[in-house]
Ligand binder design. Structure first.
Ligand code: SF4
Ligand code: SF4
Length: 374
């Protein structure tokens, strides 16, 4: 467990128990601002879909990492360290300028824990200054009223928190119990959309927790999604009968959000391979803290080319590249992006050989245990 974990928890004043029946109502002013931001974001999302259908030349979604460090240490996670420094703001701005120049529609800030970046609000402002949609994936432990107000003012549009269990255990502290107070603050003060992702799959002790988390999310006015994680080297493994029931119930609860476009997850839940075209490296990019482009968080190292040298021709090549990991992929955000292009342009190209790899071999992550935030 990282050294910051305890201090994060102590400053949180978490609720003593899971207060699943408490509902929190925002003020009239927060409700009005939230409604306005929701409508504006929805309009821009519709524009984003239209643009994606008309042209295949630009990235639709980019995940960018402002710092690899995290204040937690979930045992299934391969996407954090406990020492690295944040990427300087000026460097982040340069990367965002390049992404804007490519015509990117949505930027999601991920990590590590992005709220550990001291100028994260400036990063969000810069995304918005280019007219791109700004989202963030966080573990939520550093959220307080002041931080939420800062994110409001910066123009954040989407925030996702993934919650792993009802009470913390040796695998993950991201529990309803430790986070419930913060969820209430979000319900009261946030004017951006909040999605709570719960998880099912091997390694999750109590599948009923996912249902509790999803119901609490809806009660607080958030959207709810469910992710499926596997801990056996990414091999699809069907959910058990009760897990499948819970999965279907949460999918029904999640019908309010754009994240509902995740029908492929029905295949994942049943352990079936799925037929789709992964457009990572082209329509989806993962930009690590070193400024390198990767297929996704689970295939870091491919293509591993600096963003500054990543040409339209390279994106074009990746658009038509058949990804060997596609049929067993559990990375939901890339599959959602893929929906917009699955109906066109079969993939016939093979990945280019990498020589020499810019990322040390030890950092190459083959598809495996998927971070539940993905
Ligand atoms: S899953 Fe998220 S919160 Fe947990 S260690 Fe990884 S980055 Fe940190
Ligand atoms: S793991 Fe999934 S998202 Fe990543 S490159 Fe493979 S198919 Fe695409």
């Amino acid at each position: 467990m990282g050294g910051d974990t305890n201090s994060a928890m102590n400053s949180a004043q978490p609720s003593a128990s899971v207060r699943a029946s408490v509902s929190v109502r925002p003020s009239a002013s927060v409700r009005a601002r939230k409604r306005l931001r929701f409508l504006r974001t929805r309009l821009r999302e519709l524009r984003m879909i239209g643009k994606a259908l008309v042209s295949t030349k630009h990235p639709i979604l980019v995940h960018i990492i402002p710092n690899r460090r995290c204040n937690l240490a979930c045992t299934y996670c391969n996407e954090f360290d406990d020492f690295s420094k944040p990427v300087p703001l000026e460097e982040m701005k340069k990367r965002l300028d390049i992404l804007a120049g490519m015509g990117t529609s949505v930027i999601t800030i991920s990590g590590g824990e992005p709220l550990m970046h001291p100028e994260i609000d400036q990063v969000i402002r810069h995304i918005r200054s280019h007219g791109m949609i700004a989202g963030m994936i966080t573990n939520g432990f550093l959220l307080d009223r002041k931080t939420i107000e800062k994110l409001n003012a910066a123009g954040l549009e989407h925030l996702q928190i993934s919650i792993d269990n009802a009470v913390p255990d040796e695998v993950s502290l991201k529990s309803l119990k430790t986070l419930d107070t913060r969820l209430e603050w979000l319900a009261q003060y946030a004017v951006f959309q909040v999605n709570i992702n719960s998880v099912l799959g091997s390694g999750v002790k109590n599948p009923e927790d996912a249902l509790k988390i999803a119901h609490r999310a809806i009660e607080l006015g958030f959207t709810s999604t469910v992710g499926i994680i596997h801990d056996n080297n990414g091999q699809l493994k069907p959910l058990g009968p009760r897990e499948t029931e819970i999965f279907e119930e949460i999918m029904t609860l999640g019908k309010r959000s754009f994240s509902r476009f995740n029908e492929f997850q029905h295949n994942v839940a049943r352990g079936r391979e799925h037929n789709w075209r992964c457009r990572s490296g082209s329509r989806y990019l993962y930009i690590c803290e070193d400024g390198l482009v990767h297929w996704c968080s689970q295939q870091r190292g491919y293509p591993g080319i600096p963003l500054t040298q990543y040409t339209p021709e390279m994106r074009h090549h990746e658009y038509f590249t058949d990804k060997f990991c596609g049929p067993r992929c559990t990375v939901s955000c890339v599959q959602q992006v893929g929906i917009l292009d699955n109906w066109r342009d079969p993939q016939t190209r093979k990945p280019k050989p990498m020589a020499p790899p810019p990322v040390p071999a030890a950092q190459l992550v083959q598809i495996g245990t998927v971070r539940s935030d993905s």
